[in-house]
Write a protein that binds this ligand. Structure first.
Ligand code: AMP
Ligand code: MG
Length: 334
């Protein structure tokens, strides 16, 4: 009993020391790139890093939006059917990566689907089920093989008239790569970046003083939840523990859709049919070392469904598929 007060004092001092050394959490949410973005960072420079990262994401939004008349993508869509259009190095890099993923996924990923996506306008003010012949006509204006990229002059041309590109399935991944780079340059050691289903993790989660005592550690791996495609927002179907820096990127038919006559029509299009992809799965999550590749591959994996296993993905990634019976299937290296 006589030692109790010493023991209590010891723990109080320990908590105080740990409390002082705990890295403060900073968090900010904004709506950009057509999605809700939440950046969380811990410790020194976290606040500055978040501000700088949001500035960069805002800039990227301006460059890549297919709908802003000032964007480079708009400029391409207006002029590339008439001849080569010069683009910035970063736009060329994203275009080149998009074509690379199209080739790797047998065309399941295709940024030239804009004429078809515009017909469906899922989530927009004109969303509707297009007629078969409208889809057939729009499909004639698509095909990544009809994009011509000129590496030397950093320019692009459409080989067919009426073509248009939409980088919505890859721009968030590119933006998350850039935001991660900014965080690291600012010296941030621990952070989670959530760009609407595109999650990037840096380092580990700092624990509170009480947790430090409980776990006898100052940090533990971040745990990222994969959304239950049939559940409410935030309902987790599987958790991924992040032992290292990684991207966890999900594409799903539950993200954006409309319903008509009891049937759901979502925003990810199968380039072969021009219809919302129906590969028998509800979501595809890619775990990757690259944000841009993970984003493109997760969209492709959703189109391909379980066939994704057979495609020549060159990722050192894992793929987690939730099928229509909510079975969880994992592929790839671990
Ligand atoms: P994500 O949420 O990353 O899977 O991207 C979906 C968005 O990419 C859609 O809203 C469309 O703008 C566009 N998109 C739809 N289908 C495809 C596809 N098969 N390949 C590339 N982009 C697509
Ligand atoms: Mg994507």
């Amino acid at each position: 009993m006589k030692y109790l007060k010493y023991i209590l004092s010891f723990f109080l001092i320990l908590l105080l020391i740990l409390g002082l050394s705990v890295e403060k959490k900073h968090q900010k949410t904004e709506y950009l790139l057509d999605t809700v973005i939440t950046l969380t960072a811990y410790g020194k420079n976290a606040d500055t890093a978040i501000t700088k990262a949001f500035d960069e994401i805002k800039r990227i939004d301006g460059v890549f939006s297919a709908y802003s008349e000032k964007s480079e993508i708009h400029k391409i869509n207006q002029n590339a059917a008439q001849g080569f259009v010069n683009v910035s190095d970063e736009v060329f890099y994203v275009l080149k990566t998009a074509v690379y993923v199209s080739e790797k996924t047998n065309g399941a990923f295709d940024i030239t689907l804009k004429p078809v996506c515009d017909l469906w306008d899922v989530g927009g003010s004109n969303q509707r089920i297009p007629k078969d012949d409208e889809i057939k006509e729009a499909l004639k204006k698509t095909g990544y093989a009809d994009l011509e990229l000129d590496e030397k002059n950093k320019s692009i041309r459409f080989k067919k008239s009426g073509m248009a590109i939409d980088l919505g399935a890859i721009a968030k991944g590119y933006a998350s790569d850039r935001a991660v780079e900014i965080f690291k340059n600012c010296g941030v050691k621990n952070a989670v970046l959530d760009l609407g289903g595109n999650i990037a993790v840096i380092g580990k989660m700092p624990l509170s003083p009480l947790e430090c005592v409980k776990y006898k550690n100052t940090h533990r791996p971040f745990v990222i939840g994969i959304q239950n495609p049939s559940g409410k927002r935030g309902d987790v179907i599987k958790s991924v523990s992040c032992d290292e820096d990684m991207y966890i990127i999900t594409s799903g038919g539950y993200e954006r859709y409309f319903e008509e006559n009891g049937k759901r029509y979502h925003h990810i299009i199968d380039p072969k049919t021009g219809m919302p992809a129906e590969s028998g799965i509800l979501s595809a999550t890619v775990i990757s070392k690259s944000g841009i590749l993970g984003d493109a591959y997760s969209t492709a994996a959703f189109v391909l469904g379980e066939n994704a296993e057979g495609t020549p993905f060159d990722f050192s990634d894992r793929l987690i598929i939730i099928d229509s019976d909510l079975n969880i299937k994992e592929y790839g290296s671990d």
